[in-house]
Design a protein around this ligand. Structure first.
Ligand SMILES: [Fe+2]
Ligand SMILES: [Fe+2]
Length: 392
């Protein structure tokens, strides 16, 4: 199996250094004096290029395995496309928002804003982070179309895989749209800063380290759809606690979509386990070793170099998405795919099986230890809420 290695393009850098800003991540910075125009390009690249330094592996799936996905076309037609919802039966953002063409529009907006007044800032930080994550949808469609054997080759390809990806994108598009419009009307957040963050994030892309392999790609999406199901479910629960039933409904309806998408993606991986248990368990172990990076891990607002970490800390403290959720999702997937009961694996496959099955208990022990350590009370300003301070 030949691995092609490629690094982020460095041709425009006369000199490149690495500056460690926190454990596990590093940033590029310039060490040479540049003419003014290059400085501009450098500043663009600084915030729009992959910030984590690791070798980017491409096309790691042996080419002959592409045939597996071609042979699954029919199966996907009958077992995966059924998890899509017809447009005529789908909810639309407008169903949950004040109708601008109605007489009562302004009153409805006033009511929405009144309800939003009861909700604390830290909740809004979580909701904004979730909305920004949803709004970077172009990146996720691109990511799916990097996958060998399932990509949409023309932009309107009739294969089941391509139909799924386009319809999935179209369904997802309503999520960011609904949250964005809600947040705009709420009057609680700095929309311009949020819009800047979205522009930066889409420009940065993401690197989930799926290596153009649909094995890795669909394990990643299975994990991510469940993660978004959990976090939107939690923001719904919190909204209910604050007495905002309409916002709870908004978050809940999005969570339900994520759940349906999770069902489809986990079904694909279940099928891969059936056809190629060895290859699939190796892919699962590989993905977990690399850790599932969150889709918005490169977020930046033009101000805070650790914006994603800060947003994640608030989500953790509020119980919107926590380290425990990460472990729960891993454990859920191990059970969903019956990984413990796989038989007939190669030596390497067995090692991968042991690794994956032993991971959740290991994470739980680490969590316990982390919890017993006293946490310092730190606050940071979030530009999304006019630089008001929020406890991490
Ligand atoms: Fe979504
Ligand atoms: Fe999703």
């Amino acid at each position: 199996m030949a691995l092609k290695l490629s690094l982020p393009s460095q041709s425009s850098f006369p000199s490149l250094g690495l500056q460690r800003s926190r454990p596990g991540s590093a940033r590029f910075f310039m060490t040479a004096t540049l003419p003014p125009k290059s400085k501009e390009i450098d500043s663009l690249r600084k915030h729009l290029s992959p910030r984590e330094v690791h070798v980017q592996v491409t096309h790691s799936m042996p080419p002959e395995k592409i045939e597996i996905f071609k042979s699954l076309e029919d199966w996907a037609e009958h077992h995966i496309l059924v998890h899509l919802k017809a447009v005529e039966k789908s909810w639309q953002p407008q169903d949950f928002l004040p109708d601008p063409s109605s007489e009562g529009f302004l009153d409805e907006v006033r009511e929405l804003r009144k309800r939003a007044e009861e909700i604390p800032d830290d909740y809004f930080v979580c909701l904004v982070g979730d909305m920004i994550t949803e709004e970077a949808l172009p990146t996720y469609q691109t990511m799916l179309n990097t996958l060998d054997g399932v990509r949409d080759e023309t932009g309107a390809s009739p294969t089941s895989w391509a139909v799924w990806t386009r319809a999935w994108t179209a369904e997802e598009n309503r999520h960011g749209d609904l949250l964005n419009k809600y947040l705009y009307l709420s009057g609680r957040v700095d929309m311009r800063q949020i819009e800047k963050t979205i522009q930066y994030l889409i420009g940065s892309g993401m690197d989930p380290r799926t290596e153009n392999s649909p094995y890795l790609g669909f394990i990643y999406t299975s994990f991510q759809e469940r993660a978004t199901f959990v976090s939107h479910g939690n923001t719904a629960r919190h909204a209910k606690d604050y007495g905002d039933m309409k916002l709870a409904q908004i978050c809940g309806i999005i969570a339900a979509d994520e759940r349906r998408h999770e069902t489809a993606y986990t079904k694909i991986v279940e099928k891969l386990f059936e056809i190629d248990p060895d290859g699939t368990v190796l892919a699962f172990a590989d993905m977990m070793k690399k850790k599932i990076s969150m889709p918005a891990h490169l977020m930046y607002d033009g101000q805070d170099d650790n914006l994603f970490e800060h947003f994640s800390s608030v989500a953790q403290r509020l119980g919107v998405y926590t380290a425990k959720d990460y472990t729960d999702i891993l454990e859920f997937l191990v059970n969903r795919w019956n990984v413990e009961k796989l038989t007939g694996l190669s030596g390497e496959g067995q090692k991968a099986q042991d690794f994956v099955c032993g991971l959740a208990p290991r994470f739980r022990r680490l969590e316990e230890r982390a919890q017993s350590r006293a946490k310092q009370a730190t606050t940071v300003p979030f530009s999304w809420i006019f630089n008001r301070e929020v406890l991490l």
